[in-house]
Write a protein that binds this ligand. Structure first.
Ligand SMILES: Nc1ncnc2c1ncn2[C@@H]1O[C@H](COP(=O)(O)OP(=O)(O)O)[C@@H](O)[C@H]1O
Ligand SMILES: [Mg+2]
Length: 386
């Protein structure tokens, strides 16, 4: 079936998509070359179909998402990509969508920034049984990636992403701790708070959408595909050159902020989809790199408490394999007043002072998490004073 790939009300290109929505089989007429998704190879104004297909798949819930197999059974679907066309590919992280051929509809009529959306998919992804037989598939939950259970919810008129935890259920707490540390260090970040869901009071993190109806998120992976890597370049040098090329304001400062925070919390999963840039969806001009988000995979989140070594040189991403090397990429260490973190342990203790939190993270683990942070603050102070 033919669809028009749209960005807001701009026509981008015609796409032949399998009837079940799972594959792009062909690219047809291109309407706006400069609105082709960032990083897709284009030859003679025609985007590469295989790359477009990968782009389409990255838009979907990954098959590896926690709890997805059960959700697919409930929805009677084989793969999560079948959900994509059912919500017109609309997202709360960018402004792309697909308009079925021959249909007359505007972005204003369908987008999730202005319109309420169903929570059916999100609830099913969180393992809840649907309320009724007839499910409403118009949901931005079908176009958000990542491994953890998650759903969008409108809270007091704001679009908020709710994310669960895995293993030790530590991820939501880590998001909040990272927010508190970023706040003190004046690092541009997405604010996360804690909430508890369902009868087992499962901890979840809640953050507001940092994308608006006028902006969109371009991932670091997409950014890095705008220029080929040169033989004498490493991943960091190449990424910097791509940021220069796209004229992303203040990117070096934002990278410093992310690297410092990731070092302090020992983040192990800052892959090229876990940061990026924000651009204006109309002018396509870049506004900044993203505020830091997705810090859950840190503070030795998947290590049993007794095996947590606070001073371990933890594995890092995306530019170097270990934090001790990656932190050396910080350009202006003098910008960070680490003394502003004095007393952070009290704030963290406070977070775990209630029974709901303690049901998931016991006192011994809390002490270990604090020890990791305090040790790493000290390690960074020593490093930056050299
Ligand atoms: N606050 C936000 N505003 C807009 N988009 C977001 C926000 N948080 C996450 N996203 C989008 O959702 C994706 C998945 O969220 P993420 O926090 O990375 O989940 P996970 O921990 O499962 O990887 C991100 O890669 C990003 O595209
Ligand atoms: Mg992520």
């Amino acid at each position: 079936m033919w669809y028009t790939l749209m960005q807001k009300n701009y026509k981008v290109m015609e796409l032949l998509i399998q009837p079940d929505g799972t594959r792009i089989d062909a690219v047809g007429k291109v309407h706006h070359v400069h609105r082709i998704p960032v990083g897709i190879p284009v030859i003679d104004d025609i985007p590469d179909c295989t790359a477009m297909n990968h782009w389409w798949h990255r838009r979907s819930i990954p098959a590896s998402r926690s709890g997805v197999a059960q959700a697919l059974r409930t929805l009677n679907l084989k793969v999560p990509q079948e959900l994509l066309t059912k919500c017109l590919g609309l997202s709360l992280s960018d402004q792309y969508w697909v308009k079925p051929g021959g249909m007359d509809m505007t972005w204003e009529e369908v987008n999730f920034f202005d319109h309420d959306f169903s929570e059916d998919i999100g609830n099913i992804l969180f393992g809840n049984k649907p309320d009724s037989e007839s499910l409403d598939m118009m949901s931005p939950d079908s176009t958000v990636n990542g491994w953890l259970r998650k759903k969008w919810k409108i809270i007091h008129g704001k679009r908020c992403l709710i994310k669960g935890g895995a293993n030790f259920f530590q991820e939501p707490f880590n998001e909040v701790i990272a927010s508190k540390m970023a706040e003190r260090l004046e690092i541009s970040h997405t604010e996360y708070r804690l909430a508890y869901e369902g009868k087992n009071h499962m901890p979840v993190s809640v953050c507001e959408d940092f994308i608006t109806r006028d902006s969109e998120l371009i991932t670091a992976g997409e950014i890095s595909r705008v220029l080929p890597m040169e033989a004498n370049e490493d991943k960091f040098g190449h990424f910097i050159r791509c940021c220069e090329f796209l004229k992303i304001p203040d990117y070096r400062r934002s990278l410093d902020e992310m690297l410092v925070l990731d070092y302090l919390i020992a983040n192990q999963d800052r892959h090229m989809g876990n940061f990026g840039a924000v651009r204006n969806a109309d002018t396509l001009k870049y506004i900044s790199l993203t505020p830091v988000f997705d810090c859950g995979t840190s503070l030795r989140y998947d290590t049993p408490t007794v095996y947590i070594e606070p001073d371990l040189n933890v594995e890092s991403q995306p530019f170097r394999s270990f934090h001790d090397e990656q932190i050396q990429l910080v350009h202006h260490p003098e910008r960070f007043d680490l003394n502003k973190l004095d007393g952070i342990e009290d704030e963290i203790q406070e977070l775990f002072s209630n029974d709901k939190a303690r049901a998931y993270i016991d006192g011994q683990r809390v002490r270990k998490m604090i020890e990791v942070i305090l040790t790493r603050i000290q390690m960074l102070k020593e490093r930056f004073s050299k």
